[in-house]
Design a protein. Structure first.
Length: 352
């Protein structure tokens, strides 16, 4: 990086390193140089405030004579944390080198790269839900289509791989969930019970339970082997946008258009905590690998980190590029990626 391209903003012991547009950091103290910052989170925090470093990856494209902002709806790190995969609503999948911030590959998937995207655990297979009611499986390395899975009666809007990559779940505008055997493409089961679009899906770490979140504001837990509905979790007053299991599988987090995040006890189905702080729809959530932190991203342009043991907000980061559509932790938990409505991806490096 050439000299003069780095700008530094010091907040006490915290340094924000910015490339590109200036970011705003919201911290729970006052800086030594007199800059006031908003207090968020209790003084008796259970872990130290992280330091942060931001790198902007510019992923806009110019089509003709116009610039089309691209909502970065999907992000996933490779298992080694060296590659970030992002998907946007123009039908483009980008692979980024995390260290250099440079794109290494782009796949064009018109009609198949909006919401329903998933990467297999080994990073070798990409599933994309499509407007033609199918789910397409592709090799990440080559971009070649392996097979198309057909069976939905509306656009496929969500997808998730089991932890071993052998099963793919897909959900769509038909309010139906389908379970597919990945090696063969064979349909294993069809799950019915949601009453509106299936917005999000997630498998537990042991792949025994599948969770679905719907536009009908409900969350359902399913037994993967039998396809039986185990529980319905009600409490959100808006569409459920994202669901995520804690690494140990005992806690389920959900986010919603109602601007809240809820934590649920998986064995009992009891609501443990409602976390409020966002002022708009919470589009994405992600657990840190150790399960101690939950990151949330919202249409209010804020990324918030929450302490899971207490349910308290630790601090918030004001995104320099507006509404945030997706958020993801790297496998080692040191990097947090945030994808924006203008296609910009910000990498925040967390040090404890």
């Amino acid at each position: 990086m050439a000299d003069g391209l780095w700008s530094f903003v010091a907040f006490s012991s915290i340094v924000l390193l910015v490339v590109g547009p200036q970011a705003t950091l919201v911290m729970a103290e006052k800086s030594q140089d007199g800059i006031d910052v908003l207090e968020t989170g209790p003084e008796n925090a259970t872990f130290d405030q992280p330091g942060l470093k931001a790198l902007h990856l510019e992923s806009r494209y110019i089509l003709g004579n116009s610039t089309y902002p691209k909502n970065a709806y999907f992000m996933s790190f490779s298992r080694d944390g060296k590659t970030l995969v992002s998907g946007d609503d123009t039908g483009t999948i980008n692979l980024w080198n995390v260290d250099s911030g440079q794109p290494t590959r782009a796949l064009s998937l018109p009609g198949c790269a909006n919401y329903g995207l998933a990467i297999s655990p080994n990073g070798e297979m990409l599933a994309s839900g499509c407007d033609d009611y199918s789910v397409k499986l592709r090799e990440v390395s080559s971009g070649l289509e392996v097979r198309a899975l057909s069976g939905h009666s509306n656009s496929v809007t969500s997808a998730a791989f089991s932890s071993d990559g052998s099963i793919l779940a897909s959900g769509g505008g038909d309010a139906i969930i389908k379970l597919w055997e990945v090696p063969s493409g064979h349909l294993l089961n069809t799950l019915s019970g949601q009453f509106n679009n299936v917005n999000c899906l997630a498998f537990s770490q042991d792949s025994a339970i599948l969770v679905s979140g719907s536009y009908d504001s409900t969350i359902k837990l399913w037994d993967v082997t039998s396809g039986r509905e185990l529980k319905t979790l009600s409490g959100h007053s808006g569409a459920v946008k994202c669901v995520s299991f804690s690494p140990d599988g005992r806690i389920l987090a959900s986010s919603s258009d109602d601007a809240t995040i809820k934590l649920w006890d998986v064995p009992s189905g009891w609501e443990l905590q409602t976390m409020s702080g966002h002022t708009g729809s919470v589009s994405s959530i992600s657990f840190s690998p150790d399960g101690r932190i939950l990151a949330s991203a919202g249409d209010d342009g804020v990324v918030t980190l929450w302490d899971i043991p207490s349910g308290k907000e630790r601090f918030s980061i004001r995104n320099p590029s507006g509404p945030v559509k997706s958020v993801a932790f790297s496998p080692e938990g040191r990097t947090l990626a945030a994808g924006s409505s203008d296609g910009t991806i910000v990498l925040w490096e967390l040090t404890y």
